[in-house]
Ligand binder design. Structure first.
Ligand code: HPA
Length: 290
């Protein structure tokens, strides 16, 4: 851990939220984070106003290919949303205050619901490239604590994690998927720090630990959101068989390509969930100012 962690304040959340609010106009109900190769969802945002990370004080550039680095304010299925294309990872060398910052900005804007998407490697036999998995629990094998440091106003020191992913939102996602003929199973997301992919022995260890997929994101954001009382839904797009389980080496290009293929189904599920959260009318707001 870095020596300056306790003093690290991170980006000024209120100021970032003010900038996004001024440009975007609407107050988002749902904050959606797009994973690697899943940027296609951004095209579903109606009337999108873009705010680039570079326009927000204290926000660094993301360094990962396939992560654009901007926030889109607009509507999906009539519901006001904040769509985040690009996220910060511990493996980029960022501290907890940076990794958590976008979630805190979304909350400060009024988003009571956080929808996280990610790419992952399938461990369970049925989780092959292109499959969608509803994350119903996770295991923190990244051994990083996104809440380390001073307690941020609006968050609790020791958040309960017995139900990290919202049961009602999961049921809604399943209903939408069923209606659209999209297969969506539940499973456990094993979070690793990355950026290297796993060894086959590590994948066997993950399997023994109870992970159905493995990935390098989502868990820090889910923890921060729960600490601040937001409802969380996470959907994983399986882009490859985890190391040692498939015939090929794991490759970021494949992750991106499969993300684009499965992104269509993911987009339909997310659109249905967002419409359901907003009640279809799109006029309601929820959540506090933060
Ligand atoms: N491991 C970790 N993260 C990933 C993988 C994987 O196999 N695929 C996509 N993201």
């Amino acid at each position: 851990m870095r020596a300056d962690r306790a003093e690290a304040a991170g980006p000024p959340i209120g100021e970032c939220a003010r900038i996004v609010r001024e440009r975007g106009g609407t107050r988002p109900q749902v904050h959606i984070v797009l994973g690697s190769g899943l940027g296609g969802l951004a095209e579903r945002v109606e009337g999108a106003v873009r705010v680039y990370f570079s326009q927000l004080p204290g926000f660094p550039r993301t360094s990962v290919a396939g992560h654009e680095g901007c926030l889109l304010v607009g509507r999906i299925a009539g519901t006001p949303v904040l769509v985040q294309s690009g996220r910060f990872h511990f493996y980029e060398g960022f501290g907890a205050e940076i990794v958590a910052a976008p979630v805190r900005v979304g909350r400060a804007l009024g988003a009571g619901t956080l929808v996280l998407t990610n790419a992952s490697g399938g461990i369970r036999p049925d989780l092959v490239p292109g499959a969608l998995m509803l994350v119903d629990d996770h295991i923190n094998l990244g051994f990083q604590a996104p809440l380390a440091g001073p307690v941020v106003p609006g968050e609790v020191r020791f958040p309960d994690m017995s139900r990290p992913y919202d049961p009602e939102l999961m049921a809604l996602a399943e209903e939408v998927a069923l209606g659209a003929g999209i297969r969506l199973t539940r499973g456990v997301y094993g979070w690793v720090g990355g950026p290297n992919f796993e060894t086959p022995a590590e994948v066997l260890a993950l399997r023994a630990a109870g992970a159905d997929v493995v990935g390098m994101s989502t868990v820090p954001e889910a923890i921060v959101a729960r600490a601040g009382g937001q409802r969380v839904l996470a959907i994983s797009v399986v882009t490859n068989r985890a190391a040692g389980l498939g015939l090929e080496a794991v490759d970021h290009e494949d992750v991106m390509a499969w993300g684009a293929v499965a992104g269509e189904g993911l987009g339909r599920v997310v659109e249905g969930v967002v419409g359901g959260v907003g009640g279809g009318g799109g006029g309601r707001t929820e959540g506090g100012e933060g």
